[in-house]
Ligand binder design. Structure first.
Ligand code: 4G4
Length: 225
């Protein structure tokens, strides 16, 4: 999977080099190409934003600079995703769908966003990672890349991805590791029993119980559970 990222703050993506995604990048399973939108400003002060027509607070990213940054990428078939609070809410289903692409271009906005004309011209999908605002599209882009990368072969153990579908549509069952007794609390006996069918049943029950307690609305239309 190749990600091209159009951003004013390429340094923010250094944190992707750590942990699981960092290893996938080293293994060349994931490629992250950072393009600094500011490099495409023709202004002597490298300006990329300007006042909004019609007035109002804040600044808007200029369409010509963003367009030139996009045009510097040569793959015109790659899907372009704009991370924005107005986008379609990201779901695990959407993440899985996007993981089937070979190449994605992620467009990160700042200030009050980007001039609508260039969005209409180059963006295929507008995605939001949740109903809240952050200062730029970079953190949402990193969330999206991380979530997608987990589905790319070789990034994480296949069992780990499959375990999630075992309790699909439910919250996760609780996890335990050593020591067997911690602060006078013992690990549930069934998990030490080695009885795989009982363990599976216990985990399904717990997943259901936790979902009922924390996220009742997730069970709507699943009354057979
Ligand atoms: C585009 C337009 C995404 C990008 C406006 C981006 C939240 C999300 C931004 C803005 C973002 C999200 C500055 C309002 C950058 N905030 N929920 N901010 N704003 O996915």
């Amino acid at each position: 999977m190749k990600f091209d990222v159009l951003t004013l703050f390429p340094e923010m993506f250094a944190s992707m080099q750590a942990s699981v995604i960092g290893r996938a990048i080293q293994k060349r399973i994931i490629e992250m190409n950072l393009v600094n939108i500011r490099d495409f400003s023709k202004d002597k002060h490298k300006k990329v934003d300007d006042y909004p027509y019609g007035g109002g607070a804040g600044m808007v990213m200029r369409p010509d600079v963003v367009y030139d940054a996009y045009q510097s990428l040569t793959d015109k078939k790659a899907k372009v995703i704009y991370l924005s609070p107005q986008g379609e809410l990201l779901t695990q289903k959407k993440v899985q769908e996007l993981s089937k692409e070979n190449h994605l271009i992620l467009l990160c906005g700042h200030y009050e966003g980007i001039d609508q004309r260039v969005i209409d011209e180059i963006v295929d999908e507008e995605i939001s990672i949740g109903d809240y605002i952050v200062t730029g599209g970079e953190l949402p882009a990193m969330v999206l890349m991380d979530a997608i990368s987990r589905y790319v072969e070789g990034v994480i153990k296949e069992e780990a991805v499959q375990e999630e579908s075992f309790v699909e549509g439910l919250l996760e069952y609780p996890q335990y590791t050593r020591p067997e007794i911690f602060l006078n609390k013992k690990v549930p006996d069934v998990l030490l029993s080695g009885h795989h069918a009982n363990i599976e049943n216990w985990r399904k029950e717990k997943a259901l119980e936790i979902t009922k307690r924390k996220r009742k609305e997730m069970l709507k239309g699943k009354e057979n559970f």
